[in-house]
Design a protein around this ligand. Structure first.
Ligand code: ZN
Length: 131
């Protein structure tokens, strides 16, 4: 079962999309298998990280900016190579195991859509695979 979602984003940010994935799982009625969360954009991504302290994702955004700053040597005419770099660093998807009808996420884990070149209306997909 494939589920498609849309998200309005700010310039940069981590958006907790765990509830969307849980909703897709409930609708699918799958109790054992895999959930694949996929981002079809080149300046955004999907990652799993802490869901309790919002300072964690703020620190991640800060560190990504320090690690991948915009550089005058970048050639990409659109001017957003730093966002492309961050997207590749974070990755375009995450896979979560489904067992007993629930996602096997750790207590402190949340699934995040990461925006590096907003504001935009973004899309992400959740594929629930029975198995
Ligand atoms: Zn670009």
């Amino acid at each position: 079962m494939l589920y498609e979602y849309h998200l309005k984003t700010e310039r940069e940010g981590f958006y907790n999309i765990t509830s969307y994935v849980r909703q897709a799982l409930i609708e699918s009625r799958v109790t054992s298998g895999l959930a694949v969360v996929f981002c079809p954009h080149t300046t955004a991504g999907i990652t799993i990280n802490e869901n309790a302290d919002p300072d964690v994702v703020t620190d991640l955004l800060y560190a990504l900016d320090k690690t991948y700053p915009d550089r005058p040597q970048f050639r990409h005419a659109e001017g957003n190579s730093a966002a492309h770099l961050k997207s590749s660093c974070i990755g375009a998807s995450e896979t979560v195991i489904i067992e007993d009808g629930r996602l096997l996420l750790g207590t402190w884990q949340g699934i995040y859509f990461t925006e590096f070149d907003g504001p935009r209306t973004r899309t992400f997909y959740v594929k629930i695979i029975k198995g």
